[in-house]
Structure formats: C-alpha cells, structure tokens
Design a protein around this ligand. Sequence first.
Ligand code: PMV
Length: 316
Amino acid sequence: PVRGVGRAHAKAILLGEHTVVHGTPAIAFPLPTLSVRAIARPGTPGGVIEVPDGHFGFVAGDPDVAANTLSGPRVAVEEALRRWGLTGHIADVVMECDIPLARGLGSSAACAGAAVRAVADLHGRTVDPATLYELVQCGEQVAHGRASGIDASAVLAAGPIRFHEGSATALDIGLDAALVIADTGVPGSTQHAVAGVRRNLDRDPRSARRALTRADELISGAVADLSTGDAAALGRAMLDFQDLLAELGVSTPHIDTLVAAALEAGAYGAKLTGAGLGGCVLALTETGDARTVSAALRRAGAVQTWTVPTRGLRSG
Ligand code: PMV
C-alpha cells in the first residue's frame, strides 16, 4: 500500500499515578473520545524517521512540547522497523491528534501506538498486543525516563485496567456516574514531576513507605468500589489520593482551585490525573451533575473540559 493508518486513544489515571513508578498498582481507563490518527508513507532512503508535520488540535505554537511528545513515537517506530529487519526503510508519519499534549492524558504513548500501527499497516505486518506494548514502552522510556508502563498499557487497552508492575488486568465496572476531565491549560513535564517525587521519597524513607502503603490501600478499596458502583467511596479515595499527591509535591495552586471548584459544585471527589504540575484534573460526579461540575471547572479557570460516562467504559 502507499500508506498505512493507525489509531490510539487518550487515557486517564483514576488512582495511582507516581506511586505506580514505585511498585504500587494503579487504575486507568481509556478515553476513546480523544484520539490520534497516524498516517505513514514510505520515505526517502537513509534510515531516519521523519515526522514532517504534526497536526495537533490543541498545541498551537509550542514546538518544544510537540518535539518532546514526538520523540517517543520516533523511537518506537525505529525499534519496530529494526525488529522487522526493515532498518533501511523509513517512513514519514503524520499525526492528527485530538489529545492535548503534556496534560497527563497519554498523548506521547498514544502517538507512539498510532505511529507503530500505521507503519505496521504500511508494511503489511500485524503486531500482537504484547509487542505493541513493548514498542510503545521503548518510546516512553526515551520520552519520560523510567516510565512505569501504565500509559503504554492504557492507551492500547479497550477498557478500564488495573496496572501493576508491567502488567494490566481488565477491571469490572459497575459504576453509573460521570468523569469530568478539566485541562489546566498548563503543560506538565512527566520527567520533571517523576524526578521530584523520587527526591521526596528518597529524602524520608519512613514517610515514603507510609505513602506507598496508603496508596496500595486506596487502590485495593477502589477496585472493589468500582465493581460495586460505590461512587461516594470512590470520590473519597480520589480526595485522599489528591492529598497524597500534594504531599509528594506534584499539585499546584491551580490544580487545588479546580479540585475545590469541582467539590463545591457537587462532585463526589476530584484529583489531578497524570504527572501533575499542570496537566488535567479529574472529577467524579453523578451523571446529572456533570454539566454543572464542568461549568464550575471552566469558571475556575479550566481551558476545556470533557465528560465521560462510566457506563460507556467497557471492560477490556
Ligand atoms: O505522562 P503522564 O502525565 O500521563 O503520567 C504518567 C504517570 C506517572 O505515574 C506520573 C509516570 C509513570 O511512568 O507511571
């Protein structure tokens, strides 16, 4: 074929970002409404992967953020071609990306997944899920340093997952509520946030152990609450996890304001999602309150919001 096409979607972490890097489980789900489409075409010989043009819906004018997001896909595609014995071949990959970059929604992993799928399509290859995960993870390691793998896993998953030490299991969801995601409009660097958390944990091993134990408890409880559909308990767990993330140093006054606005408007709970220090806030609300909560988040400074009904989240 003259071109190959591949897609992947955004993800949101319900609980467990950062602590997942240090061995606790985490819960994430796909956001199929935000996706990336990659189109691969044969390039000119020379062995370099070109990403000649990024069409990014939300990034307008931030070449550094775009370049950082695209470093992962480049590495993932190079590794795929190497494994397929196609190192002499190159591909030009163009992304059409609805996912805001550097906002904790998994844009770099989704771009890598879409790019590898597009290049596989171009070369008539099928990629099994485990290999695709490995390839995306190669890109993530380059883009973010020591990535836990939760982003690579969640952007490729069909439904909500519990992720622990490199492997994902599909979660049973009995929850009838809505998730409202609010973009602070501030790009956050995952690498920078992860390094800061590591410094904080290293400084005080006793409180680090306490934090990780607490994270573990909150996530075990949340897995059960998701299945029984206890939104109030989940909301409380989100707030507790937000406190933990604030202690680890990745919240900001802007995030705190958005969390408070969501609660004020009636949300069960809210927290940052992803690496923090900017990025997005995630609120859990009754379905009927989603519109009010999302309006309140915009009034409090969110640049955009998305609402995802939890009923629509199929099990993986
Ligand atoms: O890159 P983000 O913002 O989607 O965050 C990924 C989640 C972290 O736990 C902060 C990092 C990781 O590798 O798990």
